[in-house]
Structures are given as structure tokens and as C-alpha cells.
Design a protein around this ligand. Structure first.
Ligand code: URP
Ligand code: ZN
Ligand code: ZN
Length: 473
């Protein structure tokens, strides 16, 4: 099947040009002016539109068991929501259940393969570390799982001690993994949570009060020092505090191989949202901070200290006792109500995989904070480069997968659940006025989204075997 996308303006991380794109089967084969239509099966008009490389969200949690429930988007519904928002590749985290990492990955693959509607890959959580695990880690490179997430929080479940993080990073350096760090101070959190509950403070805002920003800043600094000691690359996930940006800038200035990601929720919301009657909607870890933090994260994005905008998409229903309609069927999954009397029982996480590009375009590009090129770099090209997908993904050029978003910069709409397709009963951006939205989304040459029509199919997404880390950013 040969397709020409005609007359759009191609936006890359550094340039733009008006040109036609010739797609043959799954790949881009030519870019040029007035390409011949001889032998072409389909012509797609993109005049007055922008063409962006498909978005890459490197931080999702689909179908993740948590607190006696499960995140409410699975590998089909989450992929569909991603596609409607212009994202064509996602990287999901595999929880570690024991010493057999390959078994955990193969179980996660069994869950995701039949459902996948866009391309996807995995990171491996390392939350139990011993000699057997240490021996197994290198073999993950061969199956294309080339990044490992470690935690300095969640003391009794996911946390590794610094000594073990140090050992993981030494292995990572030797074999070409990228280590990803969840940076909070688990010890301080544990004490503050116990004190809050003992004092009868059970409302959602206490989730934020018991996970202080200084703990996150300190843990980022600790991570950077481990990166300096091991010379292993480190990627700080879900950055949320202004002080973290300062630490990252300091490490990068010294030439330490550290990179950072933030997520839209940390750019717009604060602890004040958790004080609202529906505050549980904003519960995630790390928590929302303050206006100054929002501003300093934006600055980190604008000046290049932060390389990636992910989402940490991990949705739960706000009221999981009431069904919602999804593809014509009633769905009801226990959610945030599980913690109505105790903030520690509220499942941690928010929806966002479909919201990311439209919200960031309006708030970033339309409001003049970033250029369209920075938008592409942060949402597609940098993630592809950092996570071993480039140049198959993250760029519009001959030889790359034809993952393309036809973006209408003039489309204005009032955003919310109706547009986002995430399988939850709320959207954090309900009622926001947006300008610019995807109108057609292609995955490897196949149109998945045409206006408001879904053409994708479960099982059509491909597992991406990613390359080892290679320092390019
Ligand atoms: O609250 C969140 N973010 N849940 C997902 C797990 C994590 O730490 O990213
Ligand atoms: Zn995390
Ligand atoms: Zn996460």
C-alpha cells in the first residue's frame, strides 16, 4: 500500500518544511515537493496542517495491580486513548514479582500482546535485588528491555537501599542499560504517614503533606551522586519540585550523564487541588507541589534541563462504585473511593496518556512558552533517542516508521472526557479550552484515528525491542 500525505508542514525537533511524504507499507520512503501520484493507492490532504512524528510516552502503567484494584486502562483502552491524543508508542513498566525477571516480562507480554493497538516496549522494575537477580539483569538487553526502574521510596514494597541501587547501576553501566529513578525519601515518608494517621489526619491533602519536596530533592541529588560514582546514565522520572530541576542542572553542568522527565500534572496542579472535595483525583506519587514548582519545572523545560514530557499514566476511577460506558458496555473498576476514610488507601495515579500532547501544545506552544520544535523534541524525538528507539521512531525521515500525526493548529475545542478516551470517570483537564489537536494519526502507515473515528485494532501494536542506551542527549 502506497500513500502520499500531501502539502503539510513537517515539524522536526529543529526545523520545519512544507513537503509531501511518501509512505510505502509501514515506512516513510521519500519526502519532497509535488511527489508523483503514479502507482499511489491513497492521497491524504494535509494542507494548512502540521505533521508531527508520532508521540512517544515513555511512562505508562496499564493494567497495574495496586491496593486491591487495578489501573483502569489496560493495554487496549490505554493504547486507544494514547492514539486519540497523537501518541503512537508507549513504554510500560513491568513489576518485579520475584527473582525471575524474564518470567515477569513474559507474563506482561502475554497480557499486552493481544490487546496492543499501538507500538510498545517495557522497562523492568528492580524492586528486589540479590545475586540471582544481578546475574539475570544483563540478559534483558537481548530481549530489548534496556531500562531499569529503581525506587528510593515505598519502603516495604518497591524500595531498594542505596547500596543495591549502586550495584544495579554498575551492572547498567557495564551492559548498556538506562537506570530510571523514582526519587523520594522513603524513611521520612514512613514516619510522617504514621504521625498523620495517629493524629487523625486522613484527608487526601495529607498524601502531599507526608511526601515532602525536600525528600524528593535530596533523593535526586543522591541519584546524581550514584550516577557520578558509577558513570552510569540516570533518568529521573516524574520530576515534580523546583529543587529537583536545580539538582539536575547542577549534575548536567558537571557532565554527569543525568536526564529528566516531568509530566503535565506537575506543570498545572498544586496541593490546593488535593484540598478540594474531589481531591483524591489528584493523588499520585510524588504528589502535587506549589505554584513556584510548576513555574520552575516550566523553566526546566524551556531551558533544556528537562528532556522529556511523559505522563505516568496510571488511572483509577474517582468513584469505582458507579459504572461508565466504554465502547457501549458498562465498566466498573474499584478506584479512589477505596481510600475515602484514609488517604494511604487511595490508589496512587492519574490519567494522562491521551491528554499529554493536546494540553502541552496549548499551554506550551500556543501560550508561547516553547516552540513547536521543542514540543516535538520533548514528546517524541528525545524519548526515542534516550530509550533506544531512534531513528525508527521519533523522526520524520526516509527509513523511519510512518508514525505520523496530522495536527490541526487551528482546531479549537473544549476538552474533557468526551475527547480523551481514557477509561476513567474523570479528566483532570475537563472544560479546558484548547487550540490545536490531532485530526489523523498513523501508526506504521495505518490510519488509527480519523477525526473522531477509531480505526485501530487490538493486537496490531508491535513489541519494540529497544537498543541499549547510547548517550546522545
Ligand atoms: O502514583 C503513581 N505515580 N503511580 C505509579 C507508580 C509510580 O511510582 O510511578
Ligand atoms: Zn515512580
Ligand atoms: Zn510511574
Amino acid at each position: 500500500m502506497k500513500t502520499i500525505i500531501r502539502g503539510g508542514t513537517l515539524i522536526s525537533a529543529s526545523d520545519e518544511c512544507k513537503a509531501d511524504i511518501l509512505i510505502d507499507d509501514e515506512k516513510i520512503v521519500r519526502i519532497g515537493i509535488n511527489l508523483s501520484t503514479k502507482g499511489i493507492d491513497q492521497i491524504v490532504d494535509a494542507h494548512e496542517k502540521l505533521i508531527l512524528p508520532g508521540g512517544i510516552d515513555v511512562h505508562t502503567h496499564f493494567d497495574l495491580p495496586m491496593f486491591n484494584t487495578v489501573s483502569s486502562d489496560d493495554h487496549y483502552t490505554g493504547h486507544k486513548a494514547a492514539a486519540f491524543g497523537g501518541t503512537t508508542t508507549v513504554l510500560d513498566f513491568v513489576p518485579q514479582t520475584g527473582n525471575d525477571l524474564k518470567n515477569d516480562i513474559s507474563d506482561w507480554l502475554k497480557k499486552s500482546e493481544p490487546k496492543a493497538a499501538i507500538d510498545y516496549g517495557f522497562h523492568m522494575n528492580i524492586s528486589i535485588f540479590n545475586s540471582e537477580v544481578a546475574e539475570q539483569i544483563p540478559s534483558l538487553i537481548d530481549i530489548g528491555v534496556t531500562s531499569l526502574k529503581v525506587f528510593t521510596a515505598y519502603n516495604s514494597t518497591l524500595r531498594l537501599q542505596d547500596a543495591d541501587i549502586f550495584k544495579v547501576m554498575r551492572i547498567a553501566k557495564k551492559h548498556g542499560f538506562l537506570t530510571m529513578l523514582h526519587a523520594e525519601n522513603g524513611d521520612i515518608i514512613e514516619i510522617l504517614v504514621q504521625e498523620a494517621l495517629a493524629a487523625g489526619y486522613t484527608a487526601p491533602e495529607w498524601h502531599a503533606h507526608t511526601r515532602p519536596a525536600w525528600g524528593a530533592v535530596e533523593a535526586v541529588s543522591r541519584g546524581i551522586s550514584l550516577s557520578a560514582h558509577t558513570d552510569a546514565p540516570l533518568y529521573i522520572v516524574h520530576m515534580n519540585a523546583g529543587g529537583e530541576v536545580d539538582q539536575l542542572a547542577y549534575g548536567r553542568d558537571l557532565g554527569i550523564p543525568v536526564m529528566g522527565e516531568t509530566c503535565p500534572q506537575y506543570l498545572f496542579f498544586t496541593v490546593e487541588n488535593l484540598k478540594q472535595a474531589d481531591g483524591a483525583k489528584w493523588i499520585c506519587s510524588p504528589p502535587m507541589r506549589f505554584d513556584e514548582d510548576n513555574e520552575r519545572l516550566w523553566q526546566g523545560i524551556m531551558n533544556g534541563t528537562i528532556q522529556v514530557l511523559g505522563t505516568d499514566h496510571c488511572p483509577f476511577f474517582f468513584d469505582g462504585t458507579q459504572p461508565i460506558l466504554y465502547e457501549g458496555k458498562e465498566v466498573m473498576i474499584p478506584g479512589k473511593e477505596l481510600g475515602k476514610d484514609d488517604f494511604t488507601k487511595i490508589p496512587n495515579g492519574l490519567p494522562g496518556v491521551g491528554d499529554r500532547l493536546p494540553i502541552f501544545w496549548t499551554e506550551g506552544v500556543v501560550k508561547g512558552r516553547i516552540t513547536p520544535h521543542q514540543f516535538v523534541a520533548l514528546t517524541s524525538t528525545n524519548p526515542a533517542k534516550i530509550f533506544g528507539l531512534y531513528p525508527q521512531k521519533g523522526v520524520i525521515q526516509p527509513g523511519s516508521d510512518a508514525d505520523l500525526v496530522i495536527w490541526d493548529p487551528n482546531l479549537k475545542l473544549t476538552y474533557g472526557r468526551e475527547w480523551s478516551h481514557q477509561r476513567t470517570d474523570y479528566n483532570l483537564y475537563e472544560g479546558w479550552e484548547l487550540e490545536g489537536f490531532p485530526v489523523k494519526v498513523f501508526l506504521r502507515g495505518n490510519c488509527l484515528v480519523d477525526g473522531r473515528k477509531w480505526l485501530g485494532k487490538a493486537g496490531n501494536g508491535k513489541f519494540m525491542r529497544r537498543k541499549p542506551f547510547n548517550r546522545v542527549i
